[in-house]
Design a protein around this ligand. Sequence first.
Ligand code: PHB
Length: 407
Amino acid sequence: MTTNKVSGVPRRELLKLSGAAATAYAAGPLLSACGGAAAGPVKAGVLLPYSGIYAVLGESITEAMKMYLDEIGNEAGGRKIELITEDTEMTPDVAQQKARKLIEQDEVDLVAGIVSTGVLYGTRDYFDASKKLLICANAGGNKISRDMKTPYIWRASFTNWQPNWPLGSWAYENVAQKVFMSAPDYGAGHNMVDAFANSFQAAGGEILGTQFTPFPAMGDPAPFITEIQGADPPMVFCFYSGGAAVTFVKAYGEFGLSGNIPLVCAGFTVEEDVLPAQGEAALGAQSGLHWALLLDNAVNKKFTAGYKERAGKDANVFAVQGYDTGRVVAELLNAVQGDTSDVNKMIDVMPGISFDSPRGPFQLDAKSQNPTQHIYVRRVEDVGGALHNVVIEDLGAFTDPGDDSLG
Ligand code: PHB
């Protein structure tokens, strides 16, 4: 296809535009580089689940991303920012169709979102082949920072290794030396137990058993809780999220395990989005995560108050990631002065992005293409009549190792 040398826009697209408009379009990246508005709005595609067990995650990310963009007047690098949202459901095939629609029909400048590791792995090759930048707002699949890395996928979220590896040795020192593990049978579930097990065993801990439950729908949790009861462990480690976290933790309470067998988990399992539905069953659960509602820093105080006013409920870690995804998009656009015509230029500025997030210091790591961030140990406590995660320890800053050497 013949392309215009100045703009890289296909010539037949330019021919559809007349006189002055065509000149402005062709010169768009140049004008925008000088802060001009002639390039029009930046179109950001948003791929998230708005149905299925992770629907609340998708809604929280969207709401807080909009909140951040509203705070900056929906403008960065001299251009307005427009969001086009699509429901990925829970299926890689649907997500891929929606990614195609955003990139090929809507001609978005970049894409943000994706909650499930399965969906991230299933769309990775498409982003790689179409050379479009994806800013991942949740899915933590380790491989995207390791053997499935592509220059086109960066994360504003976490790797599944991050909250769990520091927690394994902490749990050995502070809770028990033997564990039974439970997680959904898909990429993220396996990543989370592998990371926890790696540091727990290195510290001298023993794994009594591991169960993987059906995903996305767990079905009846009774057989899984019964299996845990039978193993009679001094501690359980688990990862669940969204609807599955409510099912698992409620059953843990109903079978009398809560308060008797200490629950240590990836923080998503008892996050603020699910705590109200889990109730007393979650009390005392200790978890590792890169944020907590009551984390004491100025950015978090402003964020949690603003989100509560806007959404009518407490923030959760997914909202933080949505907020930070909005910030990463804005920082990126500022760094390239609104010029989205050259994806390599956008990729080049990514490792320079760092800021104070509600989670604490956030810095994109060039190797893992994922933030370096602090991991906190939290405990579910009754705070003034409502259950929340209270920070009991800051384990320090962690960067994904970029390979499988530590789980
Ligand atoms: C994932 O699939 O990577 C995932 C999903 C939900 C979470 C965390 C990770 O809460």
